[in-house]
Design a protein around this ligand. Structure first.
Ligand code: PLP
Length: 517
């Protein structure tokens, strides 16, 4: 493809994308193809000679689009959103064109420096304490990771390294042979345990799995709003101690996937500072071997752009913790991937992840003058992701981002209000919170068993999804099957929520009528 052909193809592609967004609501939300559909359509080998763009372009609509589920469809209420916006797409276009691997500052100084600057912008916009700024007092800072899963793994690696370094130094024996020290370290590693809750995203468990360390999930209860409490954490820490385990990491969540609950930051902090042996006598915050607390705000962290959310979540308390992560690509108009990961002290990452290889040496890095983000992440190479963040933050401005978040939270409240008016049909199990409502089929007269009610709610869920107009996901809470409806997609408007309520009402009436007959 030469420049002339590229210009024509690119213009046509941009037109296609605009038409796609303008007519998105006319499509089925979820793809209806059968598994393996594409193998039947594509040849088994790549073409020997190049094809024209016209041929390739035709197959995009004919062969690929049928297998696409539309995450930016106004009827997409499943999981959490996966954002995009025109400024973000433009950022991707430049990034793809410049295409580099940007692991060191010298690989493109603008890429590293823009990332440091926009993540400071973001930290300020989210109301994060100063310690998470690159320009803050504790030499903290932010780095863009591919996903929240990658961020929690990175945090856990750094936490493990910090814990081992600090505790082994405290326990060091003068004149100890290297092999003895290694043995001591290996024994300690086998005792280390990462903690989370039963509602923490599975990425915490996966990180522990990858690291090969123990993992314990602390139960959370409906009566506590599914949040980790001081008492819950104190008990879990004491139990670790009783079992001879050493807790080194805790994942706290701001906005759990199932119900958007927020762990009690003040309670967590108090549990870690507990006097005496109540919490197993773990090292207190600031002491060698303290528990590293990572805040996973993958989805709901976006809402912190609104001051009222900063106040309600007491976000200033995360100053007591070690790392924080949120995905702009979920709810802040930047397309996948843009997981923004902040640490209170960047040397924790560098100490854990800095592995030198002669080929990557250069004067700027060797002089210690610059940030080389390869030392803040697991992979070596990295994309130019800050550009799309920069474009989005400048195009919308903080007020534009706030307006979007507030509008979508209000849609969630409208939805829950409409459900509450039909308490004969629906029971709200959790929310509305951060544009998420969790509900099930009602049983006002207490006539159905848990199993029957679960089966009826599942029928409602299956039939509502089968309409193709909306897509919902489900969860299980204390054995109760429940439906999640999220209203945070950029294209979703009031009329779409009204349509969703109408669909759910009609389907619920049908399900209940059949059940009574
Ligand atoms: N944490 C929470 C609270 C989530 O809801 C999710 C996914 O929705 C994740 C982590 C994992 O996100 P990612 O796909 O960026 O790894």
């Amino acid at each position: 493809m030469d420049s002339k052909e590229f210009r024509e193809a690119a213009n046509a592609t941009i037109d296609d994308i605009i038409t796609y967004f303008e007519n998105l609501g006319d499509r089925n939300v979820v793809s209806t193809v059968e598994p393996g559909y594409l193998r039947k359509l594509l040849p088994s080998e790549a073409p020997q000679t190049g094809e024209t763009w016209a041929t390739i372009h035709r197959d995009m609509e004919g062969q690929i689009m049928p297998g696409i589920t539309h995450w930016n469809h106004p009827g997409f209420h499943a999981f959490f959103p996966c954002a995009t916006s025109y400024p973000s797409l433009l950022g991707e276009l430049y990034s793809a064109a410049l295409s580099g691997a940007y692991f060191n500052w010298i690989c493109s100084p603008a890429v590293t420096e823009l990332e440091t600057i926009v993540l400071d912008w973001l930290a300020r916009a989210l109301g994060l304490p100063q310690c998470f700024l690159a320009t803050g007092p504790t030499r903290g800072g932010g780095v863009i990771q591919g996903s929240a899963s990658e961020a929690i793994l990175t945090a856990m690696v750094a936490a493990r390294d910090k814990y081992l370094r600090e505790t082994l130094a405290v326990e060091a024996v003068a004149g100890e042979a290297e092999e003895v020290k290694e043995e001591r370290e290996m024994r300690k590693r086998s005792k280390m345990v990462a903690l989370a809750t039963t509602l923490t995203h599975s990425s915490a468990k996966k990180a522990a799995l990858i690291l090969g360390c123990r993992f314990r999930a602390i139960p959370v209860r409906a009566e506590d709003g599914y949040a980790l409490t001081r008492e819950g954490l104190v008990d879990a820490l004491a139990k670790c101690k009783a079992d001879g385990l050493e807790p080194f990491f805790l994942a706290a969540t701001l906005g759990t996937t199932d119900v958007c609950s927020v762990d009690d930051f003040a309670g967590i902090s108090a549990a870690l500072e507990e006097d005496g042996d109540k919490n197993g006598g773990i090292p207190r915050p600031g002491e060698p071997g303290e528990v590293w607390v990572h805040v996973d705000a993958a989805y709901a962290g976006a809402a912190l752009v609104c001051e009222e959310v900063q106040r309600a979540t007491r976000i200033e308390l995360v100053e007591r913790f070690h790392s924080f992560d949120m995905n702009m690509h979920k709810w802040l108009l930047v397309n996948f991937d843009a997981s923004c990961f902040f640490v209170r002290d960047r040397s924790w990452l560098v100490q854990a992840l800095s592995v030198n290889q002669a080929v990557y040496g250069n004067t700027a890095s060797d002089g210690g003058l610059v940030t080389d983000y390869r030392e803040w992440q697991i992979p070596l190479g990295r994309r130019f992701r800050s550009l799309k963040i920069w474009f989005v933050m400048r195009s919308y401005g903080i007020q534009g981002l706030q307006a979007y978040i507030r509008r979508t939270i209000a849609l969630g409240e409208d939805f829950a209000t409409a459900l509450a008016k039909r308490s004969d049909l629906f029971e709200i199990v959790a929310g509305p919170k951060f544009a998420l409502t969790v509900f099930r089929l009602a049983d006002p007269k207490g006539e159905t068993s848990l199993e029957e009610r679960n089966a009826l709610t599942r029928a409602l869920y299956d039939r509502a999804n089968a309409t193709g107009k909306i897509w919902l996901t489900s969860t299980q809470l204390d054995g109760r099957f429940a439906i999640r409806l999220m209203t945070a997609v950029r294209t979703t408007e009031k009329e779409h929520i009204e349509a969703a309520v109408q669909t759910l009402t009609e389907v619920a009436e049908g399900v209940l009528k059949e059940a009574r007959n």
